[in-house]
Write a protein that binds this ligand. Sequence first.
Ligand code: UDP
Ligand code: MG
Length: 134
Amino acid sequence: MIQQTLSIIKPDAVERNLSEDIKKKFLENKLKIIKIKKIQITKDEASEFYKVHQSKPFYEKLCSYLSSGPIVVMILEGENAIQENRRIMGATDPKNAEEGTIRKEYGISIDKNSVHGSDSPDNAKKEIDFFFKN
Ligand code: UDP
Ligand code: MG
């Protein structure tokens, strides 16, 4: 099934000029970049975006971090795009990520793990609307 999903290149990766290398990973794996923009969000916006995690101990730090510098947000499209993007990204903690994944190659730590990707069709829709609904 052709799906769309939301991808974010997080501040640690944008800052290290890794955006082009990360985009290449998606394209090589047959995901198309349908829309893309470089923005910086406020802490309030990050708190809204990550509100599913509001009860977690890392929530505060996560929201500060996502709003700490420019990010690149993208709509990716392709066959099973949601699951495919998660596979290409690798495990949340770069230490556990498979060889060849974005987080294995570029992630610094569990918090500076270079990319975000939607985890379900419902969240993909919500997250795409969050960044791209005018
Ligand atoms: N995170 C963290 N500490 C943790 C778990 C998660 O800093 O113990 C951060 C991490 O950057 C992750 C984000 O919170 O990407 C969202 O967590 P989630 O479990 O949704 O991981 P993801 O879907 O990004 O793999
Ligand atoms: Mg998640």
